[in-house]
Design a protein. Structure first.
Length: 53
């Protein structure tokens, strides 16, 4: 995989949250943190959005 084929950490995060919910037509139930929506949480021990090339 070359540098031109990479996505940013933010793009990856959106792909598995907001965009995935939209594809499943469940954006009113999941995909973002809002009152009344379903939620799963992951707690990480380091910054996940650093640009690590």
């Amino acid at each position: 995989m070359g540098p031109d084929e990479r996505i940013t950490p933010l793009e990856a995060f959106k792909a598995i949250t907001i965009n995935a919910a939209y594809q499943l037509q469940e954006e009113n139930k999941k995909g973002s943190i809002k009152e009344g929506k379903l939620a799963d949480f992951v707690i990480l021990d380091q910054e996940s959005f650093n640009d690590r090339s």
